[in-house]
Write a protein that binds this ligand. Structure first.
Ligand code: DC
Length: 218
């Protein structure tokens, strides 16, 4: 059977992978899933129920009950939600509870774009197109700072840079961390690029992968 055309987009916090993934979804006419939103939802809903981020079982329970319809709350897009997500995402039972939903989405027959931390390695190692999007911490902090300010959050650049460094250490600092670049992912460092340039570069990488996939769908 023909392997579905999955585009896996991984990378650290505020690397621009969300914007890049949306651009790819539009360019290739594919549905998209932002998996950070799943972890954000688990963190926020757990906190709303009075739960503790270190309570692995409570967090896993919230993750097991999560459905895609629950992801529309704007509260999941805040800085606080990002921090909560990163706290619950370190628990293996939370990751396991969210795995199936992500794998089903990624492997839909028509193909999909899916962005996160471990898409190319764990969720869809078979993806024909894999990108690992990154940028220097200061560049990512500047982008996230502008985005949160536009959302009306009272933040400073220094706080956001500290957040980014903390998130990098938590998401990628351990041997069992989710955030590792897949061996067959193309690295896209967007530090010196505008978001439009980054989106163009990503599209070219995926066009090449698509041509290879059309020759040999696997
Ligand atoms: O990409 P984001 O900022 O929305 O992600 C929020 C947090 O969720 C991030 O710090 C780590 C976690 N996450 C993860 O562990 N695995 C994913 N596939 C997506 C996000």
């Amino acid at each position: 059977m023909k392997r579905p055309f999955i585009i896996a987009v991984d990378g650290p916090a505020a690397s621009g992978k969300g914007t890049i993934a949306s651009g790819l979804a539009q360019a290739f006419d594919l549905p998209m899933l932002d998996t950070g939103l799943l972890y954000r939802a688990v963190g926020v809903l757990l906190a709303r129920h009075g739960g503790d981020f270190d309570d692995v079982e409570a967090a896993a329970r919230v993750a097991r009950e999560l459905t895609p319809e629950m992801l529309t709350d704007p509260a999941f897009r805040t800085r606080e939600a990002g921090e909560a997500a990163s706290r619950v995402a370190i628990h293996p039972p939370v990751r396991a509870a969210l795995r199936k939903l992500q794998q089903v989405f990624a492997h839909r027959p028509g193909g999909a774009v899916i962005d996160g931390r471990d898409i190319g390695t764990v969720i869809a190692p078979d993806a024909p197109a894999k990108l690992f999007v990154t940028a220097a911490p200061e560049v990512r902090a500047e982008r996230r700072f502008k985005q949160l300010k536009a959302q009306g959050e009272p933040v400073t650049f220094e706080d956001i840079l500290a957040d980014i460094r903390k998130r990098d250490a938590r998401d990628g600092g351990r041997a069992d961390s989710p955030m590792v670049q897949a061996d067959d992912a193309v690295l896209l460092d967007t530090s010196q690029m505008t978001i439009d340039q980054a989106a163009d570069a990503a599209r070219r990488i995926v066009e090449a992968a698509r041509a290879r996939w059309e020759q040999d769908p696997g």
